[in-house]
Design a protein around this ligand. Structure first.
Ligand code: FCB
Length: 436
């Protein structure tokens, strides 16, 4: 890699990220069923109808995986806790084996000198709660606060940092409007409610953790830069609306206690009654802001009902996902987020990385990471308080609706034998982190 640790501020943290359903092996260890299990079991939703039953079998191989994190020289590990592993029914009876697993994982990290950075929800909603309407039901905020207390009551004393929810846009819009992720709905009313309730649940979870005396609590957003596909005023408005729906709605809720007007134009009639009253909870102060960044989108107007926009293929080089590579947009986002939303609050890039079909000599990934680290430095030079950077992901894993085909890992996983083999990018990061 071109970069090395000493190019960054002295206390800058480097980490690597994963999530529970994508690696653990969810059919094992007493976890309850989740909406991802039923979504994957429905023909047409997931490539090859693959699911997370075994995934990387991290549940049984986590010691080996933690060794890989340590050997690479990472300071932090961002993992998630599965709600259904801890509370198989979503509420009520606790699966002790689930709590014990996260307890051992935490201690395993600390023994290796790695900071545990937890995300409480990375998408595997317990099925009994999905049956009650899931994110459409306002009660989910209370259920999630209760889950927060159970899991953080056990491991919260040893966390370096915690964020309640990974990527509210994916939990709500992608899953309830686009129908691409569980529960696979395509319904604007469901979407509006999910968008609001996911932020309310975030706020209730922060409250619950403050109640436990915890600190260093944050929020993790996925941002996608929207450019108008042509210079018509209509496309400019369409891109601004995409930006509103994708980025500004969630940042606005948490950091400004308001939603953008252009999004309310379409969603206000579908939001739950008295939604404004929830902003005190949603906007409870956090200690840091996490940004997940992968790509940008070209957007144009289309004659369809609101939001009347569509994505247009862009000309930039693309990853295995077909996502355009645009590191400059990462700098712009870091600068804009600090200027318009977070001020002096520490920012972390909590996910960045690429899918590549290259299983060993992944020089494309090394280039991608280098380019994005340069973009991050550009923002640091402009005074943005960025405290750390996490690569997505440690291992090739279950890439949701795209199954096991799209590989994001620094470490290759052979899904037949589950053998882990570090790729060139793993070795490159390891030397970058070791060199001073
Ligand atoms: C993010 C998700 C993560 C993974 C990457 C590629 O949106 O948080 O689970 O799917 O994209």
């Amino acid at each position: 890699m071109k970069h090395k640790r000493s190019d960054f501020p002295q206390d800058f943290l480097f980490g690597v990220a994963t999530s529970a359903y994508q690696i653990e092996g969810h059919a094992q260890g007493g976890a309850g069923k989740t909406h991802w299990d039923s979504f994957a079991a429905t023909p047409g939703n997931v490539v090859n109808a693959e699911n997370g039953d075994l995934a990387c079998d991290h549940l049984n191989r986590f010691e080996q995986d933690l060794d890989l994190i340590q050997e690479a020289g990472f300071d932090c590990y961002r993992f998630s806790t599965s709600w259904a592993r801890v509370l198989p029914e979503g509420r009520g009876a606790v699966n002790q084996a689930g709590l014990d697993f996260y307890d051992r994982l935490t201690d395993g990290l600390l023994e290796r000198g790695i900071r545990p950075c937890a995300t409480l929800y990375h998408w595997e909603l317990p099925s009994p709660l999905a049956d009650l309407g899931g994110w459409r039901n306002r009660d989910i905020a209370g259920w999630f606060a209760d889950f927060t207390e159970v899991i953080m009551g056990r491991i919260g004393d040893r966390m370096f940092s915690v964020a309640p929810i990974n990527e509210p846009w994916c939990v709500s819009w992608l899953s309830h409007f686009d129908g691409h992720h569980a529960p696979g709905l395509r319904d604007i009313r469901a979407t509006a409610r999910a968008m609001h309730h996911v932020l309310l649940a975030h706020g209730r979870s922060i409250e619950a953790m403050r109640g436990l005396g915890m600190s260093n609590l944050g929020a993790v957003f996925n941002l996608e830069w929207a450019e108008p596909a042509d210079d018509s005023a209509q496309s400019e408005n369409a891109a601004a609306l995409y930006d509103g729906i994708y980025n500004r709605f969630f940042l606005g809720g948490v950091f400004k206690k308001s939603y953008p007007e252009n999004v309310l134009d379409g969603l206000a009639p579908h939001l739950p009654a008295d939604w404004e009253d929830d902003f005190e909870t949603i906007g409870a102060p956090v200690d840091w802001c996490g940004l997940n960044y992968y790509t940008r989108k070209l957007i144009s107007h289309t004659d369809a009902p609101w939001p009347s926009l569509k994505e247009v293929q862009g000309p930039l080089p693309k990853t295995q996902m077909g996502w355009e590579i645009d590191p400059d947009a990462l700098s712009r986002f870091l600068i804009r987020t600090a200027r318009e939303y977070t001020g002096e609050l520490p920012i972390f890039v909590t996910e960045n990385g690429m899918a590549s079909s290259e299983r060993q000599q992944d020089n494309d990934r090394i280039d991608y990471l280098d380019l994005h680290l340069s973009a991050l430095q550009e923002a640091l030079n402009q005074g943005v308080p960025i405290n750390g950077y996490f690569v997505w992901s440690l291992l090739d894993n279950y890439e949701w609706a795209l199954g096991y085909e799209k590989r994001f890992g620094l470490v290759d996983v052979d899904f037949k034998t589950l053998k882990r083999t570090p790729k060139a990018s793993y070795h490159a990061i390891k030397s970058a982190l070791a060199s001073i």
